[in-house]
Design a protein around this ligand. Structure first.
Ligand SMILES: [Fe+2]
Ligand SMILES: [Fe+2]
Length: 247
């Protein structure tokens, strides 16, 4: 499945345009992660200080990635990123309002964190000299965030499994749609979107199994979400057909 992609020329207009779109997605994703952890700190007061600490890390990540774009003279496409992350963020807020803690933790703590780890792992080998050490450090932080949610959910798994499965079916298609929308841009900055999606699924399956799912159930949850995304007419409405064709 791995295809070799050469290190791109970071000075071309095509690279810089794609970088602006990806950079916007990363900055908005990190900013929302900050907000989600702050909401989680209110919802889980016994872990409040820890969750605020994790949120502050996300805020720092957003600022550091703003610096990466600035270094290349790129303006992040924030409007596109807000549009792409809208459904995921709304889903988080819906769970938060309903007091659905497993829903919130699956969305931010498992899905978004696995998404971040997969994306940064694949960006690292093609990152420019300025962004590489920043990305490597942030990658370690995201693993810590993933660990928090896994530990919390694992402790309560039998009672939370139905709620977790339910939110997985809703949030995974929305997440895959974000990746699809920037597939062409990923290629332009040297990343292979198919490799990234494969890594995301692998990480997410590992997380589900760490929390308590058996291998077969975890796999079925992921495969059914992927299948539903591929047939979703709504996905076509937010992305060019060229982008869809990339996956
Ligand atoms: Fe982060
Ligand atoms: Fe994170």
């Amino acid at each position: 499945m791995t295809t070799s992609i050469a290190i791109p020329d970071i000075t071309t207009p095509a690279y810089l345009h794609a970088y602006g779109r990806i950079n916007g997605v990363v900055i908005i994703g990190e900013g929302l992660a900050d907000r989600h952890f702050r909401l989680l700190a209110k919802a889980i007061p016994e872990d409040g200080p820890e969750l605020l600490r994790l949120g502050a890390m996300e805020g720092r990540h957003a600022r550091e990635f703003i610096g990466c774009g600035h270094h290349l003279g790129v303006k992040p496409d924030v409007a596109l990123a807000k549009q792409l992350f809208g459904p995921l963020h709304e889903l988080f807020l819906e769970c938060d309002r309903a007091g659905d803690l497993p829903g919130c933790l699956v969305i931010q703590g498992l899905v978004v964190e696995c998404f971040a780890v997969a994306a940064y792992r694949h960006y690292l080998p093609v990152a420019d000299d300025y962004a590489r050490p920043i990305t490597a450090h942030i990658l370690q932080d995201e693993a810590e965030h993933l660990n928090y949610a896994e530990t919390w959910l694992k402790r309560r798994f039998p009672e939370l499994e139905p709620a977790m499965s339910s939110i997985c079916r809703r949030v995974l298609p929305v997440t895959i749609s974000i990746l699809q929308a920037v597939a062409t841009d990923m290629r332009a900055i040297g990343m292979d979107p198919l490799d990234l999606v494969a890594s995301f699924f692998e990480l997410f399956q590992d997380s589900l199994e760490t929390v308590g799912y058996d291998t077969r159930t975890a796999r079925r949850l992921i495969v059914s979400a992927a299948a539903s995304t591929m047939t979703k007419a709504s996905a076509r409405a937010v992305m060019p057909s060229d982008d869809l064709a990339q996956l």
